[in-house]
Design a protein around this ligand. Structure first.
Ligand code: HAM
Length: 410
């Protein structure tokens, strides 16, 4: 029986790799320009890191982790990378560095979710984390960076949504109010919402189940959801963020229902969405997480960051044209073709020749499909130490001395 890739995983095939290189190249270039340095953390970590980091009321921790035992330790394939970067930040004493410490990463993440368009079980993220700054300028810079990165890929028409979740103090009061107003509806909520009601009532707000959405539309519930519950200090931080974004000309919409699916956030949360992605429409998610470093055993350090789904970014980019070879050597003498090919490769050209002794005309046909020039080495050319160069776009052909070839095809 043929063995197939595991459900929810995908090969990235050679014809797709150029696009991945572009995502990675632009990340390196743009994130470096903003002072971020790349960090590569392990793909698996102790399970406790995610339980404490991402939060044990989240779907990610409760339902979606790939967890396994080795030598009596529970290990988990990383479902996201903020927790891993924070672990590394603490373990490597990065709080001693002068703030802000700016780190970026890319790589595979693993979540046992129901696969669908734009949602895989192994997927890739590119992301940034900034440590050490409380001020809303940091949140604004991180959001601006996300927008600039997307622009560099030609993605200009995406919607930035922002919200403030307040601090643990003001959020408690909000949670209490939400629970109170939803109490009479408890029996009508979906199972997930019933489970979250006690532990994390804020997450109810972004439930996608139709019957729950209907309940949340009731005016008395909307009044609570849309109330301005955040405390004065959090409100100031949020309004400073909006001022910075306005000054920087970053367009955004405010979405009171944006709560994000990870527990570590406080104050700013944001997502960047596309209308061309169907139901899995978020290309980027992020926010501030001022308690996480301390919760994971480090010094009290404010932080903010984002991650983008690379598969989703790729699906928004136009397919690049296949790259053509600089030249294809056409000859009945494999040895001569091999030698010329190698001379040109050593000078940096992308050149191939026929390794399987096909007929001359077949070789020419192949050259026309995959190369810019055919370099013809017939008997005459070999005798006179020349090469006939055929431009495969215009069909023009010239005969030049062998050492002239690089100049002519360069
Ligand atoms: P997240 O919203 O869980 O946030 O994921 C960020 C992005 O990863 C999503 O917007 C989406 O584009 C992509 N993504 C998530 N799950 C999948 C999936 N199953 N298949 C394909 N793409 C997916 C985080 O992971 C946070 N660590 C972001 C962050 C960084 N917050 C602060 N710093």
């Amino acid at each position: 029986m043929v063995i197939k890739a595991v459900k929810g995983t995908k090969d990235i095939l050679p014809q797709e790799v150029a696009q991945w290189h572009k995502l990675e190249r632009n990340a390196l270039e743009i994130f470096s320009r903003y002072g971020y340095r790349e960090i590569r953390t392990p793909i698996f970590e102790v399970t406790e890191l995610f339980a404490r980091g991402v939060g044990d009321t989240t779907d990610i921790v409760n339902k979606e982790m790939y967890t396994f035992e080795k030598s009596e330790r529970s290990l988990t394939l990383r479902p996201e990378n903020t927790a891993g970067v924070v672990r590394s930040f603490i373990e490597n004493g990065m709080s001693r560095l002068s703030a802000p410490v700016k780190l970026w990463y890319k790589g595979p993440m693993f979540r046992y979710e129901r696969p669908q368009a734009g949602r895989q079980r192994q997927f890739h993220q590119v992301g940034v984390e900034m440590f050490g700054v409380k001020d809303a300028a940091a949140d604004a810079e991180v959001i601006l960076l996300a927008v600039e990165y997307l622009k560099s890929l030609g993605l200009n028409d995406l919607e930035v949504e922002i919200n403030s979740l307040g601090c643990p103090k003001c959020r408690e009061e909000y949670k209490r109010k939400i629970k109170e107003v939803l109490k009479p509806e408890f029996a009508n909520l979906c199972e997930d919402c019933q489970n979250r009601y006690e532990k994390n009532p804020l997450r109810l707000l972004d439930c996608k189940v139709e019957s729950c959405k209907k309940i949340f539309e009731k005016p008395e519930i909307q009044r609570v959801i849309r109330s301005d519950y955040i405390c004065e200090e959090c409100a100031k931080h949020y309004s400073e963020l909006k001022n910075y974004l306005d000054e920087l000309n970053v367009k955004y919409v405010e979405n009171k229902l944006l709560v994000r699916g990870l527990d570590y956030y406080n104050r700013t949360v944001f997502e960047i969405k596309s209308n061309n992605l169907g139901s899995q429409n978020a290309v980027c998610g992020g926010g501030r997480y001022d308690s996480l470093v301390k919760n994971l055993g480090g010094e009290d350090t404010p932080a903010v960051g984002f991650a983008m789904g690379m598969e989703r970014l790729n699906s928004l980019l136009p397919c690049p044209d296949e790259q053509k070879l600089d030249a294809y050597v056409v000859s009945n003498s494999s040895a001569d073709a091999f030698k010329l090919t190698q001379e040109l490769r050593n000078q940096g050209f992308m050149v191939e020749f026929d390794l399987s002794n096909k007929k001359f005309t077949k070789q020419l046909e192949k050259a026309a499909k995959i190369a810019k020039y055919a370099l013809i080495l017939g008997e005459d050319e070999i005798k006179s130490n020349t090469v006939s160069i055929k431009n495969l776009d215009t069909s023009e052909q010239i005969n030049v001395a062998r050492n002239e070839v690089p100049k002519k095809i360069g």
